[in-house]
Write a new protein. Sequence first.
Length: 189
Amino acid sequence: MTGAPTVVFLAADGTGGPRSASVAATVTAVLVLGWRLRARRHVPHAVLGALLATACAAVALWTGQARGFFLLPMAFPAAATAACLLSLAADRPLAGLVANRVVGGPPEWRSHRVLHRFYAVSTVGIALVSSASLAAQVALYRWSDVAWLGLLHVFMGPLWAAVTALSLLLARRTVTGERDAAGAGGLTR
């Protein structure tokens, strides 16, 4: 459902240009929001999705180009890459700041060599995926390849869900492995 406004935008752009595509994407975003509100499913995500799709449509209208629809979403991998790199430079890997709490890791994870290294490597991996996504989007934007931009945009949601799930699974496994290795005395340092 989250990719519906993008798919509708692409289809409408092919037949009526960026103006009709922007209107169609906005209407689709509002319909998806209404459906999710009625079903009480993922309401915060639905609101954010509708706002983002509407903002993307507004940018496409403002630029007068269909590729403008994808300008705002390019900010997300740019911000993720920057956040990961800054967190590594501060010796506070972003993956640890987020995932450790979710998986029930120790509050002092930074002082545990294995956990700190795992979270640093995870943060580097997230930064690489983010920067690769950004590079692909920038290249497709410069080539004005709206169809491939749309396809990439639609598939990035499931890709990020998979990266997040894998990161959390591996983090939980690492925390559990450290607890098991240390026995009742706590995690090794």
